[in-house]
Design a protein around this ligand. Structure first.
Ligand code: GMT
Length: 381
């Protein structure tokens, strides 16, 4: 099949998922066309089946707000028509679903072809931004106009149905992880640099937005380190990072905390880590936590959103109430003071991640594509 994918190309979970999906589809022999304003960060391999089409947004002195959505829709039209795409799959509703709707109508009018559009809802496109009155009418309309709507967790499906009037079935296809990539040997020298005395390593990775409650990570860590020798790795970047760096200095724990910024080789960091902390106010799924589990990390997360669908309390990690720093501390100490338990839970976390292996989830998308693609026009590759 020839599949178009639009997503946010930067470090957000939806872009990561969309890119990994595209790479896996290309490995299966499909032709995949990424249509984004920048090369997706995880699109770091050459594959003859992968094409990247950059959306250029010409500016003009009149434009305080350059019209990205129009440029995106126009690029979609160009790629759909000139590369004879079979299906258009957009990730994160805003503005991808409405751009795809516009492109679909233009292609229909120009060529008579009715290209199927799949919209995958990821999280804040529904729970935060999409709900905003400014966007809601267009988001509702364009989601409903998609030929297929998927959500990355049951929780996100429920939230979507609660907040929007949706006239179609929403199919849940959960996020996935490439186990081969994350189940790797730790680089010993790297672990020694971070934790020279064999301290256990806690890690947090996100885009440092308020919804992640990164302050709970720092505060809990400050408490934990009073009882056991530990180090903390903070991966990623975003608006809250400078605030957190200040907090770390204020709490006088900077010698044990490293902010490493955005990292492409996150699997190498996770391979040396023991506990992944994700105290978010909301996560539709928590892809970062799943990747950590695939790297044998236990997860201490909040119990918000779809997190209980992947993190099993007392087995693969712990679920704590949002904002409950004390509960994070208690949970961490339970395993940090009992190595046997930590090792057991690490294995359970890995086994749980296996259920979300890409090889189980990819066929679900392929099945969906074939269902909506006309048999006479769709061919593999
Ligand atoms: O909030 C983020 O981390 C980015 C955001 C995105 O859409 O780029 O992530 C959302 O989608 C991810 C992939 O499906 C999910 O794993 C995250 O849980 C979800 N984030 C939120 O719901 C806050």
């Amino acid at each position: 099949m020839k599949i178009g994918i639009s997503c946010y190309p930067t470090y957000g979970g939806s872009g990561v998922l969309a890119t990994e999906l595209g790479k896996a589809l290309a490995d299966e022999g499909h032709q995949v066309h990424f249509i984004t304003y920048q090369q997706p960060v995880r699109l770091n391999v050459f594959n003859a089946n992968i094409f990247y089409h950059e959306v250029r947004v010409p500016t003009y002195p009149l434009f305080d707000y350059p019209p990205y959505e129009i440029a995106l829709a126009s690029t979609m039209v160009d790629v759909i028509v000139n590369h004879d795409l079979d299906i258009m799959h957009v990730h994160y509703a805003i503005p991808h679903a409405s751009a795809a709707y516009m492109a679909k109508q233009i292609v229909l009018q120009q060529t008579g072809r009715n290209i199927p559009v799949i919209t995958t809802l990821h999280g804040t496109d529904i729970t935060l931004v999409g709900r905003d009155k400014t966007y809601a009418p267009v988001v509702t309309f364009s989601i409903n106009q998609s030929d297929v709507i998927t959500a990355v967790s049951q929780n996100l499906k429920d939230e979507t149905l609660k907040s929007f009037t949706i006239t179609k079935e929403i199919e849940v296809i959960t996020n996935f992880v490439d186990l081969e990539r994350f189940n790797i040997q730790a680089i010993d020298a790297f672990r020694k640099v971070i934790a020279p005395k064999g301290e256990k390593i806690l890690v947090h990775a996100s885009n440092f937005r308020k919804v992640k409650r990164v302050q709970d990570v720092v505060k809990a860590f400050a408490e934990i380190r009073q009882h056991v020798p530990v180090k903390l790795l903070m991966v990623g970047d975003g608006p809250e990072r400078p605030v957190m760096e200040d907090l770390v200095r204020e709490l006088n724990i900077d010698e044990d905390v490293r902010f490493v910024g955005k990292q492409e080789q996150i699997e190498e960091i996770l391979a040396v880590s023991d506990i992944f902390l994700l105290p978010s106010e909301y996560e539709s799924f928590g892809l970062a936590a799943l990747e950590a589990m695939a790297a044998h990390n236990i997860v201490i997360s909040s119990n918000a959103g779809g997190l209980p669908e992947i993190n099993i309390h007392g087995k693969t990690g712990y679920l704590t109430p949002v904002g409950d720093v004390e509960a994070i501390k208690v949970a961490a100490l339970e395993v940090l003071q009992d190595d046997k338990k930590l090792q057991q839970m690490k294995q359970a976390a890995f086994e749980q991640a296996q259920k979300f292996d890409i090889h189980h989830i990819l066929p679900k998308y392929e099945e969906l594509y074939s269902r909506y693609c006309r048999m006479d026009v769709c061919s593999k590759a």
